[in-house]
Design a protein around this ligand. Structure first.
Ligand code: F6P
Length: 348
């Protein structure tokens, strides 16, 4: 079989490890041939492919990013009809037929897998692999990329502790995660943050002020980890601009600076913000992410071989299983209040 692979949406460490595992099993075990589509769904729409054989995946295991490139192209962006055959699906069907590609493995987050689920409904042979640093996909305990992002954010917090203490400052670390606070929660706990602010729980600025002041009374400087989607009680998410991507997502960012200003005004302590941004997505994956990405790749090609169309790989405990693509996309996996309560023990 000729199988196409694409990586869509925001990149994350481990994507290349998935490509490697699919090809390293799919060629010798099943005799498949692979092509990679460049830049996510754009490559599929425009039949822009690159060969993906065993020589092409050599050395990819530790490499960050994606050698296929990625984009946030939405093949259904121009379609008004929510139901029934769409122009986007028809273009993809034509492109796959022209290239002789019989099955597609889509590696992505909620948007890419949402497109994959819709294509499956329209009869295409699609299997999904979940990825995102945000860890906000349903159906799987964890996504790869998350562990690397948490490790990077934790290292940053460790470093900020020492300089915050030297200068008696409040240092705020703004992390990614969109509408889910997983990165903030895990990195904040691992890094011993004074407060962790997540989108799932609007924060009281009075409470943050109290935590900062109590930390200084103990002669300690304060580190606050804030998720880019966190918002004050009665407030709204802070947006970098009014622009939206092809899937309708606004660009978040700026809550850290907003909070620094509020803290300075209320406490008289100097407050500064470090926005970690895309550093969290770059570079080599952690061992855990390589392990998860590799196992997802192996099970994705097994799913193709078994004809498990419309399914995606998922981690359940330590097992890799397959679940319907819709499980990943039907609702965002957000932080459980009980987990947040554990972190709250350390606030202030
Ligand atoms: O979904 C991954 C993610 O890194 C989010 O945490 C973040 O809000 C968004 O992508 C940033 O997107 P972009 O790379 O397009 O700026």
């Amino acid at each position: 079989m000729r199988v196409g692979i694409l990586t869509g949406g925001g990149d994350c460490p481990g994507l290349n490890a998935v490509l490697r595992a699919i090809v390293r099993k799919g060629v010798p075990a099943y005799g498949h041939e692979f092509v990679g589509f460049r830049d996510g769904w754009r490559g599929v729409l425009e039949a822009d492919v690159t060969p993906l054989g065993i020589p092409e995946v050599r050395g990819l295991l530790p490499r960050g990013g994606t050698v296929l490139g990625s984009s946030r192209t939405n093949p259904f962006a121009g379609d008004d009809a929510a139901d029934g055959p769409s122009e986007g699906a028809a273009r993809i069907r034509r492109s796959l037929a022209d290239l002789g590609v019989e099955a597609l493995i889509a590696i992505g987050g909620e948007d890419t897998l949402g497109v994959a689920a819709r294509l499956h409904d329209e009869g295409l042979h699609v299997v999904g692999v979940p990825k995102t640093i945000d860890n906000d996909l349903g159906g799987t305990d964890y996504t790869f990329g998350f562990d690397t992002a948490v490790s990077i954010a934790t290292e940053a917090i460790d470093r900020l502790h020492t300089t915050a203490e030297s200068h008696h400052r409040v240092l705020i670390v703004e992390v990614m995660g969109r509408h889910a606070g997983w990165i903030a929660l895990h990195a904040g706990m691992a890094g011993g943050a004074n407060a962790i602010l997540i989108p799932e729980r609007p924060f009281s600025v009075d409470a943050v002020q109290g935590w900062v002041e109590s930390r200084f009374r103990d002669r300690y400087a304060s580190i606050i980890v804030v998720s880019e989607g966190a918002m004050p009680e009665g407030g709204a998410e802070v947006l970098q601009s009014g622009q939206k991507d092809a899937f309708g997502h606004a660009r978040l960012g700026g809550v850290g600076d907003w909070l620094a200003h509020e803290i300075e005004r209320r406490t008289g302590k100097e407050a500064r913000t470090t926005v970690l941004g895309h550093v969290q997505r770059g570079g080599t994956p952690t061992a855990r992410d390589r392990w998860l990405a590799t196992r997802f790749g192996l099970h994705a090609i097994d799913a193709v071989q078994a004809g498990d169309w419309g399914m995606m790989t998922a981690l359940r405990g330590t097992d890799i299983i397959t679940v319907p693509l819709l499980e990943a996309t039907k609702e965002l996996k957000t932080v459980d209040p009980a987990l947040y309560a554990e972190a709250e023990v350390f606030f202030g």
